[in-house]
Design a protein around this ligand. Structure first.
Ligand SMILES: Cc1cc2nc3c(=O)[nH]c(=O)nc-3n(C[C@H](O)[C@H](O)[C@H](O)COP(=O)(O)OP(=O)(O)OC[C@H]3O[C@@H](n4cnc5c(N)ncnc54)[C@H](O)[C@@H]3O)c2cc1C
Length: 394
């Protein structure tokens, strides 16, 4: 990217607000944290590629900057979000201190590694016929259940069945990470726990990555082009990027330049970036993990909404924008929307699992759509799923 003359990379600069005029997006307002300058960047097309929401969870494999900024910006500007209750939890993150958690790939279990509980029992067969090779959501729930039964924050991954030589040859990075954390693999089992990993939902887009707000595009994990349904299969997000990245770019080139007068007007009006100070970040991560995590229920979701509403009411805008302040404002908004969407989905489906409603409902084979209503309040509704087979000619 740096080598491309047509691309300017702005380091330490955070997009905080989408510029809109006449019902379309005409650019972005950003804050440069090196110079403390506010930047107004107008464009004929704007694409959000800000990643998912994994960083809003206390236990995550995602870098801490992946806090759903793009979803919050799009929602505030009037674009629709889709399926935001579907967050994938990877079942086997290394349960060692640190943020984010190091990921212990499924390939280990594919090669024979076994999950064991606190009593040393290989438990997966009692949860699913595929045992350790069951889908991610099934394994994450089984691990959560064993952790709860033993009242300990991890189970164990036993790498011994792979054999020392094969383990070192096939998984050198994993072996190094485990040993750096003091686990002498494969002789010692490794403590593992589920961690927020991938956001299936996101900004609602069509097959050219167009959002519902003209001029605004979204691509990658922040978007919901809906190829992952309720439960993404491992490795499909890179495939998604390869397919939809070029389609997004091609569609953007067909947009018209915004009128100069509109740009001048929007820039002169300016906008105070939404920033709520940084005092409660850990509470936010905790409530997302505890109440909106691997398993949910009416009570946990209502608890999350109540907590987040209470916190939103307590905090006011801060005078100087900070990265954490902006991320927290976005996190508060998204947490409330995600919990409301999860509460509205009165069933269990894919990665959305409700203890008070474990069945999958045929009637709810629908997308969740969330948007800002005319009165500013969130609207959460369902839209029928339309399956289509598409062949792209690149
Ligand atoms: C540990 C791990 C292993 C994975 N392994 C695989 C795999 O094997 N195969 C696979 O297909 N997928 C894998 N994934 C998922 C895949 O990596 C992600 O889905 C993918 O990287 C998302 O790419 P993205 O470009 O959409 O977003 P990201 O790569 O998350 O990038 C988002 C960027 O936006 C920036 N940003 C965020 N907010 C703002 C803002 N407000 N202003 C400016 N910039 C902002 C961030 O700093 C970041 O640079 C893995 C994910 C993790 C965490």
């Amino acid at each position: 990217m740096r080598a491309a003359e047509s691309i300017d990379v702005l380091e330490h600069t955070q997009a905080g607000h989408l510029l809109t005029a006449g019902g379309r997006c005409i650019g972005v307002q950003a804050h440069d944290f090196t110079t403390q300058a506010t930047l107004f960047i107008t464009a004929r097309a704007t694409a959000l590629a800000t990643g998912g929401v994994g960083g809003l969870y206390r236990v995550t494999t995602n870098p801490p900057v992946i806090t759903g900024d793009g979803l919050a910006l799009a929602y505030r500007a009037g674009a629709r979000l889709a399926d935001i209750e579907f967050v994938q939890f990877h079942p086997t993150a290394l349960a060692a201190p640190g943020f984010p958690k190091f990921l212990l790939s499924e390939a280990l279990r594919g090669d024979g590694a076994r999950l064991r509980n606190a009593r040393g029992e290989a438990f997966m067969k009692s949860y699913h016929p595929l045992g350790d090779l069951a889908p991610r959501d099934e394994v994450a729930r089984a691990v959560t259940s064993e952790m709860k039964a033993a009242q300990q924050p991890f189970v164990y991954l036993d790498l011994a069945p792979i054999g020392k030589q094969r383990l070192e040859e096939r998984f050198p990075a994993i072996v190094r990470a485990c040993r750096e954390h003091g686990f002498d693999v494969p002789d010692s089992p490794v403590p593992v726990c589920p961690a927020a990993h991938y956001t299936m939902g996101g900004i609602d887009v069509d097959l050219d990555c167009r959002t519902s707000l003209p001029g605004l595009y979204a691509v990658g994990e922040c978007s919901c082009v809906s190829v992952h349904g309720a439960n993404r299969l491992a490795s499909n997000s890179l495939l998604e990027g390869i397919v939809f990245g070029p389609r997004c770019a091609a569609a953007m080139t067909r947009e018209q330049q915004p009128a100069e007068a509109d740009c001048r007007e929007v820039i002169s009006a300016g906008f105070r970036l939404v920033d709520v100070g940084s005092g409660f970040y850990h509470d936010l991560l905790d409530i997302m993990w505890d109440n909106m995590g691997v398993v949910r229920s009416d009570a946990t979701l209502r608890g999350a909404i109540q907590f987040l509403a209470h916190t939103s009411a307590k905090v006011g805008p801060s005078t100087v924008p900070t990265r954490y302040g902006i991320e927290q404002a976005n996190g508060l908004l998204l947490g409330k929307l995600m919990a409301a969407a999860a509460l509205n989905r009165w069933e269990s489906r894919g990665a959305h699992y409700r203890l008070d409603c474990e069945e999958t409902s045929d009637q709810l084979r629908q997308h969740t759509i969330a948007y800002r209503g005319d009165d500013g309040a969130p609207v959460i509704e369902f839209r029928p799923v339309e399956l289509q087979r598409t062949r792209f000619e690149h």
